[in-house]
Design a protein around this ligand. Structure first.
Ligand SMILES: C[S@@+](CC[C@H](N)C(=O)[O-])C[C@H]1O[C@@H](n2cnc3c(N)ncnc32)[C@H](O)[C@@H]1O
Length: 186
């Protein structure tokens, strides 16, 4: 299965919570990690790493690199770039997802925040401009839907290795296994 990573562009200090949620969405829906481009935000990094430490799995959070460099390196390694935008090809009414999958290549998904540079739409940057419907919503919702369709829902049954905490699904209430019990259970 091709790997997917996310490039979060346009983070401002006031976006801390949203950028953290972009990273948590990426992790929960099967991406390998997030590049927070152009800026550094230690608060977001710490929050994400805390979740990874408790809830397990491998997930990277890299920050500060210019977006052009991230895209260039990704493409040099043979990957493709998918820009999520309300103005792109509609994932439901077009065959864009099939065309993305048919490349068989690793995918870097770009999500914005404020208005993104026009260059993001160009062939030089994005191999595909994909809309999760053509109405504006959010970077988290668009990322979740894209990843879920890309991985066909299978990411939701994934086990996260070395977890210290694990949910035992219940029709009601909360049940979790903590580290000690987890070790005993495995
Ligand atoms: C809150 S939107 C900001 C949109 C911004 N006003 C603009 O015109 O580009 C933030 C990000 O969410 C994602 N997004 C929002 N709606 C989307 C949609 N319908 N399809 C795909 N991505 C979407 C895009 O990545 C966008 O950059």
């Amino acid at each position: 299965m091709p790997k997917v990573a996310v490039l979060r562009w346009g983070h401002r200090k006031r976006d801390e919570r949203l950028t953290t949620h972009v990273a948590l969405t990426a992790r929960a829906f099967g991406a390998e990690g997030v590049y927070l481009s152009d800026v550094k935000d230690e608060t977001v990094k710490k929050s994400v790493e805390k979740v990874v430490e408790r809830w397990g799995g491998k997930f990277f959070f890299e920050m500060g690199k210019p977006w052009r460099e991230i895209v260039k390196e990704w493409k040099n390694k043979g990957g493709i770039v998918v820009h999520l935008t309300a103005y792109g090809e509609n994932i439901q009414t077009s065959d864009v997802l099939a065309r993305i999958k048919s490349t068989g290549k690793d995918v870097l998904v770009i999500v914005g925040s404020q208005k993104v540079p026009a260059e993001f739409f160009s062939e030089k940057v994005s191999d595909f401009n994909v809309a999760i419907g053509n109405q504006p919503h959010s970077e988290c919702s668009s990322l979740a839907v894209f990843l879920d369709r890309f991985f066909e829902g299978k990411e939701l049954e994934r086990e996260f290795e070395n977890a210290k905490i694990k949910v035992v699904p219940q029709p009601r209430g909360k049940k979790v296994l903590k580290l000690k019990n987890l070790n005993q259970a495995l």
